[in-house]
Design a protein around this ligand. Structure first.
Ligand SMILES: Cc1ncc(COP(=O)(O)O)c(C=O)c1O
Length: 383
């Protein structure tokens, strides 16, 4: 049987019956939009995320954009983002009319480098064209960004930290999730994510009540918050006080997520064992195996190694029927669509170097030892 890059089938075998029963309940009651499962899932998610509030939305990209909008980020603002990430992290910034400022990454964790972050803030202040407005930290491949260090810098410059935990939702630092340091955390339920649904989905978690009100408003067409609508006699959603979007999580997806979230903590544990086994098999045979900082727990959205002849390794694996992926072959500051955004330091050499050597291997909490050995042997044979 072909090895899948991300095996969704094994999990479906385990909880498929419960998911199907949940979906059937939605089909029976027919509240496809904002039905009871959405509320139930948001409550479960807040409890899992150690947060006061959770707000579901249509996808992870919208989740980040909703946070920026709710923070009031807009024209003339600079938002600091790592250059080595999925494009959605930066894409949402010009959607608010602000500009992304690209920051280089740490060579071992692939996450935004706090020292370079502070340097970038200083450069933008000196340039004088943009006003620093927010920092988006990304938990690349599942490892939380260095939130304690980032939060210190954020505090020094009075900037909110937004956590893009699309890959690392559920990851922890000394037992605490990113919201412990961030104003709000965004995640994605894209099917291949550690916590995914069976379509598109996303969420924001936050402890900030006023931010939540604005998030709710922006999520559905900029409808009035309770405060906005104090003197409005009709449904609040028909008083539109800001330009919003339509970004709701389908009730059917919420029903799927209720079941998946129930086993997510256990799956994060299973993921640690799979990663440890890969490390033990590959250490010394490739340029690097993943480095996770002491006290940090990764959710292992990807298991990513480095090899000097990355493209050769990928071809050799392909010949043996083993899928792999390159996240990401071009850092964002070199993407044609982002050429206009040149504020901040232009030395992004770590991002550029990593884009040439990283390669991610098949990963799932249910990866069998037998299949994993086959993958490890194939990598070793090439190395
Ligand atoms: C780091 C990061 N941010 C944001 C997103 C966007 O999530 P979605 O595809 O649900 O819009 C992703 C998903 O691939 C991601 O990996």
């Amino acid at each position: 049987m072909a090895i899948p890059f991300i095996d969704l089938g094994a999990q479906r075998e385990r909880i498929g019956a419960a998911i199907e029963a949940g979906v059937k309940r939605v089909l029976d009651h027919g509240a496809y939009i904002m039905g009871p499962e959405v509320k139930r899932f948001e409550a479960d998610l807040a409890s899992f995320a150690q947060s006061k509030h959770a707000l579901s939305c249509a996808n992870g990209t919208d989740a980040i954009e909703l946070i920026l909008l709710a923070l009031g980020v807009g024209e003339g603002d600079a938002v600091f983002v790592p250059s080595f990430t999925f494009v959605a992290t930066a894409e949402v910034v010009p959607m608010t009319r602000a500009e992304p400022v690209f920051v280089d990454i740490d060579a071992k964790t692939y996450n935004i480098d706090p020292v370079k972050l502070e340097a970038a803030i200083e450069v933008v202040i000196k340039e004088g064209r943009l006003k620093p407005a927010a920092i988006i930290a990304v938990d690349l491949f599942g490892q939380p960004a260095d939130y304690p260090a980032i939060a210190k810098i954020a505090e020094k410059y009075g900037l909110p930290v937004v956590s893009d935990a699309a890959q690392g939702f559920g990851g922890t630092i000394d037992g605490k999730q990113s919201l412990n340091w961030a104003k709000a955390t965004a995640t994605s339920f894209y099917p291949a994510k550690p916590l995914g649904c069976y379509g598109d989905g996303g969420a924001v978690v936050t402890n900030d009540e006023a931010l939540l009100d604005r998030l709710i408003s922006y999520r559905v067409h900029g409808g009035a918050t309770a405060a906005d609508a104090a003197n409005f006699a009709h449904e609040a959603k028909y008083l539109n006080v800001r330009i919003g979007m339509n970004s709701r999580l389908d009730t059917i997806q919420a029903a799927v997520l209720v079941e998946k979230l129930a086993i997510f903590a256990e799956e994060i544990e299973l993921r640690q064992a799979v990663a440890r086994r890969y490390n033990a098999g590959l250490e010394g045979f490739v340029t690097s195996v993943p480095y996770v900082k002491a006290g940090f727990i990764s959710t292992w959205a990807q298991y990513t190694i480095e090899h000097e002849n990355r493209d050769g390794l990928q071809a050799a694996l392909r010949d043996k029927g083993i899928p792999s992926a390159v996240y990401y072959p071009i850092p964002l500051h070199q993407q044609p669509g982002y050429a206009a955004f040149t504020s901040g330091p232009r030395d992004l050499s770590v991002s550029e170097a990593k884009s040439k050597t990283v390669i991610s291997l098949p990963f799932s909490p249910y990866l069998s030892a037998e299949t994993q050995d086959e993958i490890i042997s194939a990598v070793k044979a090439f190395a």
